[in-house]
Design a protein around this ligand. Sequence first.
Ligand code: ARG
Ligand code: ZN
Length: 874
Amino acid sequence: PTIHLKDYRPPEFLIDQVDLRFELDPDTTQVEATLAIRRNPAATRGDGNLRLDGEQLELEYLAIDDRPLARSEYRVEPEALILRRVPDRFRLVTRVRIHPARNTALEGLYQSGSMLCTQCEAEGFRRITYFLDRPDVMARFSTTLIADRDRFPILLANGNPGPSQDLGDGRHLARWDDPFPKPCYLFALVAGDLHQVEDRFTTASGREVSLRLFVEPEHHDQCEHAMRSLKKAMRWDEERYGREYDLDVYLIVAVSHFNMGAMENKGLNIFNAKYVLARPDTATDQDYLGIQGVIAHEYFHNWTGNRITCRDWFQLSLKEGFTVFRDQEFSADMGSRDVTRIADVRNLRNRQFPEDSGPLAHPVRPDAYIEINNFYTATVYEKGAELVRMLATLLGPDAFRRGTDLYFARHDGQAVTIEDFIACLAEASGRDLGPFLRWYAQPGTPELEVRDQWEDETGTYRLTIRQRIPATSDRPSSGPLPIPVAVGLLDAKGRDLPLHLADEPAPTPAGTRVLELHTDETSFRFVGLAARPIPSLLRGFSAPVKVRYDYSDQDLVFLMTHDSDGFNRWDAAQSLAQRLLLQGVSEPNTPLPSGFIDAFRRTLTDEDADPGLRAEILTLPSEAYLGDQMETVDVEGIHRARETLIGQIATTLRAELLATYRANQDPGPYRLTPLAIGRRALKNLALAYLMHTSDDETLALCQAQFAAHQNMTDVMAALRWLVEAGGETADQALDAFYRRWSDDALVVDKWFGIQALSQRDDTLLRVESLLDHEAFTMTNPNRLRSLVGTFCLMNQLRFHAASGAGYVFLVDRVLELDPKNPQIAARLVQALAQWRRFDETRRGLMRGQLERLFHTPDLSKDVYEVVAKTLGSS
Ligand code: ARG
Ligand code: ZN
């Protein structure tokens, strides 16, 4: 059954107050819910019945205003409880039994290790109790938790702590009250024997907040970074958006079994342990940055998501797009802005662009779904964030802030739509943002075709930009999109020129300026120039589009070494490398253009530039990204071309690479400054190139780095290439690593992941035998992703082996997993989403495996929807 945006109707009933009472036990938990229900005056009257959502609940007791209902007054369906002819206002009491330990889907109330926890977004609350499980029903919640005191000394729920009590029979009770009305997807509880780390924060207006982090006891010494990140995020949101925290406590719990990254439940965030735990010897720089970003993301949701929530799930990007934009800007402020932006754009291009051009393409605001869990996508999140970024760019910082202030003031406590958000920005800025809404409805990545013209006599330079929106079969184009294009013009020395548009009285100072596109084609005439400039287009990636402009190799070399915009230096290097690599696929023996290796050398040795940025500029595009740029993906050709280029760079620049490797060693204590992170990145990039040849000298360097155990960033960088070197070297390193870390699940995940990533030709065999390893389990999503996910989604060369063995392996796993955890199973299927882009043989093999799935009886909605769309049968 497909759900459509156009079918939205306000709820017929509202719930004002919810009092929940849990008698917690992993085998059987009893949930008593008391709901204050009334008819919604704003809704049209239906048949007088009330339909509550509920799945896998065993109903034990049911009463309206204290009167137990007769069998004829209600009906229990697999996914609902229907109450006949209810009054306009009443108190409903239900009691149900549920079974957390048997809950393998990790939705609703489930067991992780020895603790009990919840995940309700999007529709998990209906697996806890009967309710109106939709985000536009906002209620005040109180939660009473009762559990065995020894097994579950810590009992947590949303809001502020209330009275607690020993019940004398080995059990104890804790009560929590959340004063803020919220939709039930933000409900959470946790029970367990957890270690607590406490800190405090004083808000701008003087409210004292107790910050508490809960982890499994053995992780007590891996909490510092998460706590520090939380305090930074709280301060940043006050300064940048004027947003303060609103409860007496802020709780974060790290759990080992979690489907996604983390969840912003009101006052009680529940996190995948991966996004909390860190120590220099266990976590890489990327892990540290991921934690900082996700901690901030969930914290920022308190305003963008919780205080103001979504009217319905089609509006998901209202909270996710905005919150991702907020966490990206926070990360940019905390670290290196250029490097942060590059990482975000690379992620968008690697994940969202293919999604947007494939069978699972959907608008940032989807208009139909079968299973909403399939729409927590790169498009809704990351492209959604780019849309908010464009709005911020178009309005400028002051008007954007006035707009968000208005949004928070006007809609606090409400469940709203993307139009409501845009209306606030429009009103506060005086701009007509009506056309901007097209961005939310239009799938596909727009292309900008840029042409230019130079008139020597008048010193005039004309830029003409045409936007092209890819046609999709099932919907008409929405019309031209408003697109901010940040540009600069460079002179022959690489200096930014003042920009003087012909219809303006004076130039703007040298630097970047934002041109706006509102029609299909727009021309901009710059006057007063002494010579033909080189354009630097879409600086900072000011819009989620592809730019087509006919740069010469020399232009790209020039931009890569001179552009004042760090992002565009990287982007020029990417474009040039992509061009050379794709040429290398079709004509393997083409010599490199003059200047390319030189530009590489200059960047490598340019001590004045940020080492993190240099490392990014010198990193070649991934094999998967290159595949996405080809008409038909040439799996082996891409690999060969890329390896060849790496080899050429490594050989020609060996001396410089060695010098860079040595010059960027930091023997002191681990530091997380942008400079320290950048130096490690640059050093490890040099190591990666050097290890391409892995002669005795570089192998010794790599082994020494591995053995030194300076920090996990360096250990992983070394292990990666030792594994690639193969043979005894690889086995010894892997064994040593496993023996040292077998007790730390997150590090063991890395151990699985690095083997799944290997480009050696026996990788699939290895991955298959690792399924039988003592530490492997399908029931922990992190573990599953580290082995199966990494191999199928990140190892293009070996997953797409011409034999098709990778595809069979994947579908075997999906079939095994689907009955237990459909959400994760559906994610894995996406490894086949690009099947039409491959050669005929692979296409046929992938299609065969998709059909094998399609014809499996009792597939989950999650997997069914992805498979049907991927095959094109829905
Ligand atoms: N709202 C969470 C976040 O972005 C993600 C929840 C994902 N849940 C799901 N069922 N897909 O922080
Ligand atoms: Zn989120």
